[in-house]
Ligand binder design. Sequence first.
Ligand code: SF4
Length: 85
Amino acid sequence: MTGRADTDPVLVRVDRDRCIGSGMCALSAPDSLALGADGLAAPLAGYADGGAELTDGLSEAVDYCPVEALSLHSARGGYRIAPAE
Ligand code: SF4
């Protein structure tokens, strides 16, 4: 886990080969993630494209995904924010 980058918008990536559709992330971060029609998690709005605010709920979703399918990336720099490499 790294520190929050409050001024840097983040992108959420979902590893669709790992996601098991538990829905935990959509509960932790309902403004950032939802289950799609295929039953797998998908980033919402700016989190898929362009970047949006890093929230506590989103950090929690990444930390608690049971299969480590979520990652956060800097929309500007492209580097991975969480989880730590
Ligand atoms: S918590 Fe992880 S496994 Fe569950 S729906 Fe979200 S990304 Fe998929």
